[in-house]
Write a protein that binds this ligand. Sequence first.
Ligand SMILES: [Zn+2]
Length: 342
Amino acid sequence: MDYPDFPEMQELMICADSISPVGEVREEALVRYRHQDFPILSFRFGSTDPSAPTLLFVAGVHGLEKIGTHVVTSFLKSFIRLAQWDHTLIHLLETCRILFYPLVNPIGMLLNSRANGHGVDLMRNAPIDAEERTLPLVGGHRIGNWLPWYRGELDRPMELEAMTLCDFVRREVFPSRTSLILDVHSGFGLVDRVWFPYASSHRYYPNAPRILALKKLLDQSYPHHVYIIEPQHHAYTTHGDLWDYLSLEHQAAHLPGTMIPLTMEMGSWHWVKKNPKQLFSSFGIFNPVLPHRIKRAERRHFFLFDFLVKAIASGDRWAELQGQKQIFLEKKSRQLWYSPQR
Ligand SMILES: [Zn+2]
């Protein structure tokens, strides 16, 4: 299929056409808009063992935040090339799985809308309520789909896009003994943030010691990295977060593996500050408009993506914690992220 008026989908089609034989593409679902169907695609590289360490890149949950899909698709294109010749990567893929899900919400992206085609914010759509007070509207609401951050109707099934992503994670990520997910967004702010659960409560996240171990590796290896790593509730709490929902399901099922979903929120004010005209377009607030800034966003974040690829192959260094190390990191993570004085 050709999508001449939809450059993001067109780029994914190019990836789909060029991925064989180093990886596989799969159509997870079709979403329909005005008599045209748009595929939701996943791309898979590496081991066929479902319990193998697994890294998943996700983007395009919010259709307006196109830069996330651009950066992840661009990384996917490089990855397809590298997987053809880079012995280090080929060797890594014998024991690990690397997955891409670059466009969760095709209709939203087509329409330059945060929500999906039904006006539902997919990151507020899971059947889970916040335990703490949320910001009015932003935290998710059921007033109506004419307002942003709409959760969808009470007791209705999840939207197709949200359900499809959850089914994909259950099938491809839940069986893994160690998994990381990076869901790429852009939003207000000057800094780039990496959030971990929970979005729905201030409770202690049981994988916080592992995240602290991973953060230490990042801090030591790339001391000038730009990311603030913190639980999402430091920014705001929300209803209906898909990663909270999946994390709680994973915990309740007592699966033997560790699954850590991370959300990257690229600070968009860099782009607005440097190009104030962008303030007058809703698209511009969430995306760099000038091509050299898009390239810069790619360069800025690719090293983190590479770091995560290395980290998933070295889970013994951060995921498999025991004894004194576990106790120490739990104490430190509580001080760093959960103490009232932080
Ligand atoms: Zn977003």
